[in-house]
Design a protein around this ligand. Structure first.
Ligand code: GLY
Length: 400
């Protein structure tokens, strides 16, 4: 009798644990993984269309479906690393050699930017591209290019301010944007491979200053902080690409979420994890986050619910939440994953994912670059594509 009770009790425990919502929702869902595999195949076909239309020395910037016109950039544009980065991710997923060949071709055009000290975007430009190339197939020349890029990036660090300068402003101004958090991953990599802690110290100091000055009490962030370049004093907190100085520009919030998640991964300092969790809570609990979880271009955009969505902010958020889900307790993890799943499912639908052969070969539609500047509004964007693919790979590679 005792044995019968014991068996019954064990069966109930096993049954309950199998049906625990956390266990279920923390595992990759096979239906979604199937959708993602189809997305990788479709994306690879799209990027071949994009590649065919690309002038030899240019990088894709956007495409205007209404007129059928492309906009290209040179290698100095902040987005130049996303095209090779996406090709490399897609090569990893599909093993299609022609994607690698095209990535290697465009990397040669990009290489010269390693010496560019006039931009803070070297992390985006060089780590999303050469960083992935070196991860897939390490080469001494890739390592040299990445280390040179990291050295160029830290020339913009000002110890008085405690930040890397984002934009060159008027004399006396030292402008730092939240986006700059995304350039720090390159510096952590540089310290790891060179043994020189300078890069690490610059990254940590930049993050500390950003955590102190860029965030509001509700953990939304300003876009731009204008520091005095001589004293480090704050002169102004404002926006450039958002709806208003006090608004929460969606992509900026996503950059902050991703940036502080990387800070925790690289340092294991719990204060960065707390920061990332606070940002996630701000975003996930925001009354203006739509049910399909693709943010409006600004959480305080005028005209909501008729304001434009920004697919790129959705992609970046999803990639960040999937990583952050690995660092938190089971309940938070399930919550972050559920949001990321909804985002990726939404982006996989025909509203966002372009039909084969359309959209100039870009993968996603409906990104918002710089709405107040009337630039790249409701168009495909290379970073929307890059983080969409990254997020799906991260999801697929989660441990079951
Ligand atoms: N400044 C980079 C962005 O538009 O997100």
């Amino acid at each position: 009798m005792k044995t019968c009770w014991y068996i019954l009790f064990s069966l109930i425990v096993i049954g309950l644990s199998c049906h625990s919502p956390n266990k279920l929702s923390n595992s990759p869902k096979s239906g979604l993984v199937k959708t993602f595999d189809q997305n990788f195949a479709d994306a690879a076909a799209q990027y071949k269309v994009l590649g065919k239309n690309l002038p030899a020395d240019k990088f894709p910037r956007t495409f205007y479906p209404a007129t059928g016109k492309y906009e290209f950039s040179n290698s100095a544009w902040w987005c130049s690393g996303f095209y090779p980065g996406t090709l490399l991710y897609l090569y990893e997923e599909t093993k299609d050699q022609s994607l690698l060949t095209e990535a290697e071709r465009i990397l040669k055009v990009l290489e010269k930017e390693k010496n560019n000290t006039s931009t803070h975007d070297l992390g985006f430009m060089m780590f999303c591209s050469f960083g992935n190339a070196n991860r897939i197939a390490p080469k001494p020349e890739y390592k040299d290019i990445l280390l040179t890029s990291a050295r160029s990036l830290i020339t913009r660090f000002n110890p008085k301010v405690g930040c890397i300068k984002s934009w060159d402003g008027k004399p006396g101004e030292f402008l730092v944007i939240i986006d700059n958090m995304m350039n720090l991953e390159l510096l952590f990599w540089a310290t790891r491979v060179s043994g020189d802690s300078t890069f690490y110290k610059v990254a940590v100091t930049h993050a500390e200053t950003t955590m102190k000055n860029h965030f509001r009490p509700d953990y939304s962030s300003y876009h731009v902080i204008n520091y005095n370049s001589e004293t480090g004093a704050i002169q102004q907190k404002r926006t450039a690409q958002g709806a208003a100085d006090e608004s929460a520009w969606a992509r900026g919030q996503a950059w902050g979420l991703y940036g502080f998640t990387v800070m925790y991964r690289e340092t294991k300092d719990p204060k960065y994890l707390d920061q990332a969790k606070h940002i996630a809570e701000f975003l996930l609990n925001h009354p203006n986050l739509p049910a399909d979880k693709i943010p409006y271009w600004d959480f305080n955009a005028p005209g909501i619910p008729n304001a434009l969505r920004d697919a790129s902010a959705g992609s970046i958020m999803a990639a960040a939440l999937i990583e952050l889900a690995d660092y938190v307790d089971a309940n938070s993890s399930a919550k972050y994953l559920k949001t990321a799943e909804t985002q990726l499912q939404t982006l996989s639908n025909s509203t966002y994912k372009a039909a084969p052969g359309t959209n100039g070969g870009f993968i996603l539609q409906h990104g918002v670059g710089h709405l107040p500047g009337k630039s790249e509004v409701d168009v495909p964007l290379t970073y929307g594509d890059y983080y969409f693919i990254e997020a799906m790979i991260r999801y697929k590679n989660r441990k079951r």
